[in-house]
Design a protein around this ligand. Structure first.
Ligand SMILES: *Cc1c(COP(=O)(O)O)cnc(C)c1O
Length: 365
């Protein structure tokens, strides 16, 4: 029997591996491997989710009307320029498949989010990376990699896994330096966590420039990763394309209802941000005190550098923590093998990580 052949490039894809979520034989797990919210979702979102149970036989609103209205009102943008998706991951795949094919190039920075090469390869396009400076995207390096085959540029701002960001003037310089017909996708999954004055999510660039889009998610500060819901602000001609290629009911009813409720609970997202503002500096300081340097992060996660020394590497630390039911994320796949990425957890979880890493660093070798 012969087997059918998938499209070119598909079999070169290494399947995406999410953060570990369990350890055999352990029931009490501290999972800090996927940048989920330490505070979980708003209780109002959970209520809205449960209320949908009585209507499961109904199709969802394929246009996510109420949610788009709520997002538009919150941010002062046009509802008909917003498209909702099954996580922002879905949007990343849709826009890549809609605009890129064989021979086209999809550009992003060296330690950029892994969904970008995955989406590029699934579309048969070629992923291209540009070197970073100090674990931060470099506008000059990105612009230097643009060719006449470049169709799409992804910029996660802030970036996962590094936690670094580009100031809005730099993002604008990137946009201004790109050919007009290249789409810039600003992936602002962690925008709500950032308070730096020189940061913006990229929304103004979408309003001002015809070929820029900005994606957001309910998976991070809103704590709804399990429901898979994100949204993107696009110029009208791109919205038109995405509506043609997306599934007619790509966002389920529970996700729409929970996201609407989550958006209203500003006290909850303020609390999540406050929590992050407390614990990121605490973690950097406490880990620094035991000899572990972190790259300064504006997200709800950090990357921790481990020594190259036998017995104290990131791989050793990961094994040590896993045996105790603490799951961080190895990021070898991002070209950062000397680091582990840690999501900011609850107070008890953060303290458990520091206590266990202190013990790890003090072990006799
Ligand atoms: C988590 C994350 C997303 C969000 O993905 P969803 O599909 O919305 O859960 C998007 N981009 C980056 C950089 C992320 O880290």
């Amino acid at each position: 029997m012969t087997t059918p052949t998938p499209q070119p490039g598909i079999l070169d894809i290494a399947p995406y591996k999410g953060g570990e979520s369990g350890v055999e034989g352990l029931s009490d797990i501290i999972k800090l491997s996927s940048n989920e919210s330490a505070l979980g979702p708003s209780p109002r979102a959970v209520e809205a989710y449960k209320a949908i149970a009585d209507d499961l036989h109904r199709y969802p609103d394929g246009g996510a009307y109420l949610l788009r209205q709520a997002i538009a009102a919150r941010y002062g943008i046009a509802a008909d320029q917003i498209v909702c998706s099954n996580g922002s991951d879905e949007f990343i795949s849709l826009i890549t498949a809609a605009y890129c094919g064989e021979g086209d190039e999809v550009l992003f920075s060296q330690h950029g989010f892994l969904m970008y090469p995955l989406a590029a390869m699934a579309a048969g396009a070629t992923p291209v990376t540009a070197p970073e400076t100090a674990y931060t995207a470099s506008v000059d390096a990105l612009l230097a990699k643009v060719t006449d085959r470049t169709k799409l540029v992804f910029l996660a701002n802030p970036n996962n896994p590094t936690g670094t960001y580009l100031p809005s003037a730099e993002v604008k310089r990137l946009r201004d330096g790109l050919p007009e017909d290249v789409i810039l996708v600003v992936d602002a999954a962690y925008a709500e966590f950032v308070s730096n004055n020189d940061y913006t999510s990229g929304m103004e660039l979408v309003s001002d420039n015809a070929n820029t889009v900005m994606t957001r998610t309910f998976s991070k500060i809103y704590g709804l990763a399990g429901l898979r819901i994100g949204w993107t602000y696009c110029p009208p001609h791109i919205i038109d394309v995405i509506h043609r290629v997306r599934g007619p009911f790509n966002v389920n009813a529970a996700a729409q209802a929970a996201a609407c409720a989550a958006l209203e609970d500003i006290a909850h997202t303020d609390a999540a941000k406050g929590h992050n503002d407390t614990w990121v500096p605490w973690l950097i300081k406490e880990l620094g005190a035991i000899g572990l340097e972190c790259i300064p992060s504006v997200g709800n996660f950090l990357i921790i550098r481990f020594p190259a020394e036998e017995g104290r590497t990131s791989r050793d630390a990961d094994a040590f923590l896993s045996r105790r039911g603490i799951l961080l994320r190895r990021i070898d796949g991002y070209g950062l093998p000397e680091f582990l990425r840690m999501t900011v957890g609850t107070e008890a979880e953060n303290k458990a990580v520091v206590d266990n890493l202190r013990e790890f660093m003090e072990l006799d070798r």
